[in-house]
Every structure is written in structure tokens, then in C-alpha cells.
Design a protein around this ligand. Structure first.
Ligand code: CO8
Length: 259
């Protein structure tokens, strides 16, 4: 497995695990870290032995945001011309396998945005989410204003983005930003267990289910339902659909081949 400087990469069964590992800066998301993260995610997506991915940080921080020290002297022409954040930050959106964000500690600014780009978030009890960019004289730049409102609604999104305050794990669960909250000690185990369940199914159906749910962000209901129907029909062309339904009828466990 490739060696990285700011992340750790390993597999647990059929689950690919990426751990952000820049403790001295609370996993601030600098250029090198985002480059490495993109490479690792693409590597797992291409690896047939991996069926789902967990992205996590440390107990203290998932990620405390984009690297402020790296950004602070950048000019408007430079960030505009290179489309600062651009593809490098959005690699996670191109991954076909499920990506679970397991968040303990701070998920702030770009860290919260990165978690929201994943397919779902599980939080440790000490998690703190926020979009504090307003305190720096900027606004969220990696989708925060758009994804937070879709997750938590307008009032809470405005509250968080305009005050820059942090929201704890319990509030994030009530607001539907996270699917569930677990003790910090069991966060990784729970996330890997959940990813393992996803990885046990037929990859074409898992990838299409994820694609269809994510499409709801960008389509009208009518378009989305039509899109879902097309994907649903296409799965009848897979061997795994025959296997899954035959196994049910024969009262046995299916043997999915991702085919
Ligand atoms: N960037 C760079 N360094 C950071 C960052 C950061 N975002 N966050 C923490 N660090 C560093 C600190 O500077 C400190 O380094 P050093 O020891 O060398 O001084 C080290 O990490 C530890 O941090 P603290 O001493 O501050 O730790 P505390 O426990 O006292 O406080 C906090 C923790 C509250 C998380 C605090 O560090 C903090 O407020 N951090 C900044 C949070 C923030 O404002 N995040 C938003 C950044 S802007 C952003 O994400 C915009 C995204 C736009 C899209 C992406 C574009 C690329």
C-alpha cells in the first residue's frame, strides 16, 4: 500500500480506511493532505477487494478546516485563476463506493464541508461541527452554504454560518446532519461495521443506490424518480440481481460476485 505523509491508509476486511494524520495542525486541510486524500480515495475506488470506505481523523479533530496559514497570503487572481479548491477538494464526490465520515472532535470549515461531501456522517459524542469562516472575513468555499442548508434547513444553516458558532454532536443529530452519535471509543468500530455491511452487498447495486440518493441534491422530484427507475431497471441486467432474488427464494445467503 502506498506511503503517505499526512494520512494513514489501511484495509479492514473489505473496508478501506483513510485516517487524516496531521496532528500538529488538527488535521488542517493543506494542499499536500488533500492531494494524498484524493489519491487514497481513488486507490480504494479502483481496488476490487474494497467495497466501502471510512474517512476519519483523530479523537481531537476530524479536520479544523482548510489550512489558514497556507491560505492567508493568497491573492484574488491566484485563487480565482486556479479555481482554488477545484477538483482536488471534490475528489470524494467522484468516488463510486460509499464513503462514511467518522467524525470525532472538530469538524470546522473545510473539515465540516469535507464530512458533508461524504455519503453520511457518524459522530463521536465529542464531535463539534461549524462553519467559522465568517470569523476570518470569508465564507464557506467548499459547498458549506449549499450542503449545510440541505442537511439542516435554513434557520440553523444561517445561524451556524453567520455566527460561526460550533454545534455539538447531539445538536447535529437532532438537526439530521449526522445519522447517529456513538461513544468516541467505539466510533471507528461502528463506522467500519457499517461500511462492512455495505461492502457485503453487490457493488453495482450499492454504487447505483448511492448515485441515486446523491442525485436528489441536483434534480427535481420528477427527474430524480425517472433517474432512479432507469438505474433500477438496469440492475436486472446483472448476475447479482438473479443471485440475490434466487437466494431469497431458495432460503440461502446470496453469493454476490459484483457482476
Ligand atoms: N489552519 C491552520 N492551522 C490550524 C488550523 C487551521 N484551520 N486549525 C488549527 N490549526 C493549528 C493551530 O494554529 C495550532 O498550531 P500551532 O500549535 O503551531 O500554533 C494547532 O493547530 C493547534 O490548534 P490550537 O492551539 O488553536 O488548538 P485549540 O484546541 O486551542 O483550538 C480550534 C482548536 C478551536 C479548532 C482552533 O484551532 C481553531 O479555531 N482553528 C481554526 C478553525 C477555523 O477557522 N476553520 C476554518 C478555516 S477556513 C476554511 O476551512 C475555509 C474552507 C474553504 C474551502 C476550502 C478552500 C481550500
Amino acid at each position: 500500500m502506498a506511503e503517505y505523509g499526512m494520512i494513514k491508509v489501511e484495509t479492514r476486511g473489505k473496508v478501506g480506511l483513510v485516517t487524516l494524520d496531521r496532528p500538529a495542525a488538527l488535521n488542517a486541510l493543506c494542499d499536500q493532505l488533500m492531494t494524498e486524500l484524493g489519491q487514497a480515495l481513488k486507490g480504494f475506488d479502483a481496488d476490487p477487494a474494497v467495497g466501502a470506505i471510512v474517512l476519519t481523523g483523530s479523537e481531537k479533530a476530524f479536520a479544523a478546516g482548510a489550512d489558514i496559514k497556507e491560505m492567508k497570503d493568497r491573492s484574488f487572481p491566484a485563487v480565482h485563476f486556479e479555481d482554488f479548491i477545484g477538483n482536488k477538494w471534490e475528489t470524494v464526490l467522484t468516488i463510486k463506493k460509499p464513503v462514511i465520515a467518522a467524525v470525532a472532535g472538530f469538524a470546522l470549515g473545510g473539515g465540516c464541508e469535507l464530512a458533508m461531501m461524504c455519503d453520511l456522517i457518524i459522530a463521536g459524542e465529542n464531535a463539534k461541527f461549524g462553519q467559522p469562516e465568517i470569523k476570518l472575513g470569508i465564507i464557506p468555499g467548499a459547498g458549506g452554504t449549499q450542503r449545510l442548508i440541505r442537511a439542516v434547513g435554513k434557520s440553523k444553516a444561517m445561524d451556524l454560518i453567520l455566527t460561526g458558532r460550533m454545534m455539538d454532536a447531539a445538536e447535529a443529530e437532532r438537526a439530521n446532519l449526522v445519522t447517529r452519535v456513538v461513544p468516541v471509543e467505539s466510533l471507528l468500530e461502528e463506522a467500519v461495521k457499517m461500511a462492512g455491511v455495505m461492502a457485503s452487498y453487490s457493488l453495482p447495486s450499492v454504487a447505483m443506490a448511492k448515485e441515486a440518493v446523491n442525485a436528489a441534491y441536483e434534480m427535481t422530484l420528477r427527474e430524480g424518480v425517472r433517474f432512479e427507475r432507469r438505474l433500477f431497471h438496469s440492475l436486472f441486467a446483472t448476475e447479482d440481481q438473479k443471485e440475490g432474488m434466487s437466494a431469497f427464494a431458495e432460503k440461502r445467503k446470496p453469493d454476490f460476485r459484483n457482476a
